[in-house]
Design a protein around this ligand. Structure first.
Ligand SMILES: Cc1cc2nc3c(=O)[nH]c(=O)nc-3n(C[C@H](O)[C@H](O)[C@H](O)COP(=O)(O)OP(=O)(O)OC[C@H]3O[C@@H](n4cnc5c(N)ncnc54)[C@H](O)[C@@H]3O)c2cc1C
Length: 211
């Protein structure tokens, strides 16, 4: 989809410094959890594009992105003021690290990478699959959705930045598991090392680097 005006349907606080923004799905927009969109914000009269990954299990009537607010950032403090009825410009979807009906998934998520993690796990369960999540953050977000997923049988390991991913990743891996990794570069490095330590091939993982 080329640049299109989209209407904000709702904004939810999903934890400290994090919001989930739900948009009304424009005509013809199709996407899967894990794909991302380009959102064009205007800051001091200048267009500032930023990328956000779909965190809803589908895009049927609305779709959601999860935004970690960086108080020092140029754009995210302004996105915090979004409200239902606001219009934004976006394009997409983009990316090839998305859920394709694999029957068992393990999502490794750092910071706002938990957005696509919950969307993918929900979609996997909805189509009869299995999911596990290893999530590292200083202040966990999306706790309600993680609790619901836990109640539906998803294995969820939440770690602090001081903890290694190695044991949790080794415990959650099986031969039949498709691994996904979402987060900023430092998290991707740690997740890749954890996969290597567990004897898995990091090249087989679907990876999205947030920057
Ligand atoms: C493919 C892709 C998908 C993305 N998906 C998401 C998403 O789903 N949710 C989301 O919140 N962000 C996502 N991002 C990052 C997002 O596009 C912005 O970079 C981020 O929101 C910061 O914007 P800003 O203008 O507030 O900060 P800026 O003024 O652009 O700068 C802040 C700097 O800090 C870095 N940064 C910001 N937060 C962190 C962090 N927690 N850890 C390490 N470095 C950080 C940024 O990369 C940047 O270098 C994605 C980026 C890419 C490329």
């Amino acid at each position: 989809m080329d640049q299109t005006a989209v209407t904000v349907a709702a904004v939810h606080d999903v934890g400290p410094d994090a919001i989930a923004v739900e948009f009304e799905t424009p005509e013809g927009f199709e996407a899967r959890p894990g794909q991302f969109v380009k959102l064009i914000a205007t800051v001091d009269g200048e267009a500032q594009p930023r990328f956000y990954t779909i965190s809803s299990p589908d895009v049927t009537d609305t779709f959601e992105i999860t935004i970690g607010i960086d108080p020092e950032g140029e754009v995210t403090p302004r996105l915090r003021t979004l409200a239902a009825g606001d219009e934004m410009t976006l394009s997409g979807p983009y990316g090839d690290a998305y859920y394709e009906d694999e029957s068992r998934v393990l999502v490794l998520a750092g910071g706002p990478g938990i957005g696509p993690a919950v969307g993918i796990a929900e979609r996997a369960l909805d189509v009869g699959g299995q999911a596990a999540i290893v999530y590292r953050d200083d202040e966990p977000i999306h706790e309600d959705r993680l609790a619901d997923l836990g109640a539906r049988g998803v294995g969820i390991e939440i770690l602090t930045p001081a903890e290694t991913l190695d044991d949790a990743v080794a415990d959650a891996l099986t031969d039949e598991t498709q691994v996904f990794i979402y987060g900023f570069a430092a998290f991707l490095d740690d997740a890749t090392s954890a996969l290597e330590a567990a004897g898995a091939d990091p090249e087989a993982a679907k990876v999205e680097n947030f920057g």
